[in-house]
Ligand binder design. Structure first.
Ligand SMILES: *[C@@H]1O[C@H](CO)[C@@H](O)[C@H](O)[C@H]1NC(C)=O
Ligand SMILES: *[C@@H]1O[C@H](CO)[C@@H](O)[C@H](O)[C@H]1NC(C)=O
Ligand SMILES: *[C@@H]1O[C@H](CO)[C@@H](O)[C@H](O)[C@H]1NC(C)=O
Ligand SMILES: *[C@@H]1O[C@H](CO)[C@@H](O)[C@H](O)[C@H]1NC(C)=O
Length: 377
């Protein structure tokens, strides 16, 4: 191997392993996709009007619902990233919300004082400023007034709460910010009535009374391991925060459970990418297949005596993952979800591409492909 490529790959491996070990896991890239938001009639709320895609969820507590989430929701594996093998999702956050995803996780970095959605390093993968993305989410929420949305932001470079506050204010999304009252979590209906329909968790942040809706993740949420590299590696054991000794103690302290359910594939040494080859199994609603989302959720529900309030998956359209949320929530007739024909077409393109990778490419070819994709990016 020529020295420059060799050292390039070594750098790549370092970056990839950093990405892998960063909080919440992570991986890859920018934006661009389908679908105008689905406008929902702003009818006076009553039991016949759906909250988060079902009338049955309106009277349920926010904490007693499974909110299906897209892990690294802005890092895409699509034409905009030349189908980067490091991408975690086929579709952007607007499409995810249209499809029923109600939790969006992102990783942010500091780029000359701007909070930017970058994977590991902004020189490597940059999905744009957080503020621009927040404006897209606000636009969707404007058009979908009966929907409660949750954000989970990994603050990789320790940006200050005031910088986040500014991005939330300028994007216009701060008006929806929910501030806990200290009396437990309200029903979706009461959050909708108050129009405080956005719950924002940041890991990690020093809270500020100026921005009371920017919540510290680990004061409110505990989570399972995010470094799973085998389909038999999913469990319900508390991984973070370290201040809680177990899931049971976190639950009794009032923390809400987050179940991480995405797998990485090792390309040798320290190079890790989202395991797309197994995603049909990983995201399956099956409650009997090892590694399946349905089985993991059912197992955690049984162990915890509490449904997973939050779940994070890669490639949310696979499974489809939302089916497992419906199972957990006891929903059989979801309403108002949108699957544009463009999204469906793109999905089949992506599936064809994935099939090709899975069928033919060995590790060496994949590493070379990854290197080429990053050189071109
Ligand atoms: C998703 O893509 C659509 C179509 O390109 C765009 O209108 C929308 O703003 C994007 N949403 C996000 C969150 O990037
Ligand atoms: C959660 O919701 C389910 C379904 O409505 C209900 O049976 C259960 O009692 C609720 N649990 C709590 C703790 O509110
Ligand atoms: C839970 O899963 C993680 C990731 O696979 C693993 O590191 C950890 O040891 C497991 N914990 C238990 C108690 O099995
Ligand atoms: C749209 O529907 C198709 C067929 O049911 C499915 O395979 C695809 O994942 C869906 N796409 C989105 C974005 O929901």
């Amino acid at each position: 191997m020529i020295p420059s490529l060799c050292s390039y790959l070594a750098t790549l491996a370092t970056l990839a392993s950093t990405a892998y070990s960063s909080p919440q896991g992570s991986d890859a890239f920018s934006t661009v996709t389908t679908a105008a938001p689905l406008a929902t009639a702003n009818v006076a709320s009553n039991s016949a009007v759906a909250c988060n895609n079902s009338p049955d969820l309106c009277s349920r507590s926010y904490s007693n619902i499974t909110h299906m989430g897209a892990h690294d929701s802005s890092f895409l594996r699509d034409a905009s990233t030349k189908f980067s093998v490091a991408g975690n999702q086929y579709f952007n956050a607007t499409v995810a919300l249209d499809a029923g995803i109600r939790l969006l996780q992102v990783q942010v970095h500091d780029l000359n004082g701007v909070i930017e959605m970058c994977h590991t390093s902004c020189g490597l993968l940059d999905a744009g400023p957080l503020q621009t993305w927040l404006a897209d989410i606000r636009f969707w929420m404007d058009n979908n007034p009966n929907e409660v949305v949750t954000l989970l932001i990994v603050n990789s470079d320790g940006n200050d709460v005031a910088q986040f506050g500014s991005a939330f204010q300028i994007s216009g999304i701060s008006k929806y910010g929910y501030t806990p009252s200290g009396n437990g979590w309200p029903t979706l209906q009461s959050m909708i009535n108050a129009n405080t329909r956005l719950v924002t968790f940041i890991a990690s942040i020093t809270p500020s009374s100026t921005y009371p809706y920017l919540l510290t993740q680990f004061e409110h949420v505990f989570e399972t391991a995010f470094e799973v590299t085998s389909l038999s590696g999913f469990n319900c054991t508390l991984d973070r925060p370290g201040s809680q000794s177990s899931a049971a103690s976190a639950l009794s302290a009032g923390l809400l459970p987050l179940m991480n359910h995405f797998a990485y594939k090792s390309l040798g040494a320290s190079l890790m990418i989202p395991d797309v080859d197994n995603v049909i199994t990983t995201n399956s609603p099956s409650t009997s297949t090892t590694g399946a989302l349905g089985l993991h959720a059912q197992t955690c529900n049984a162990q915890w005596g509490h449904i997973p309030t939050f779940v994070l998956v890669d490639f949310f359209t696979e499974g489809p993952s939302i089916k497992t949320a419906d199972l957990m929530n006891g929903i059989t007739n979801p309403v108002g979800r949108k699957n544009s024909s463009e999204a469906a077409t793109k999905t089949s393109v992506n599936e064809a591409l994935r099939g090709r990778n899975a069928a033919g490419m060995g590790t060496g070819a994949l590493v070379a492909f990854l290197a080429a994709a990053l050189v071109l990016a």
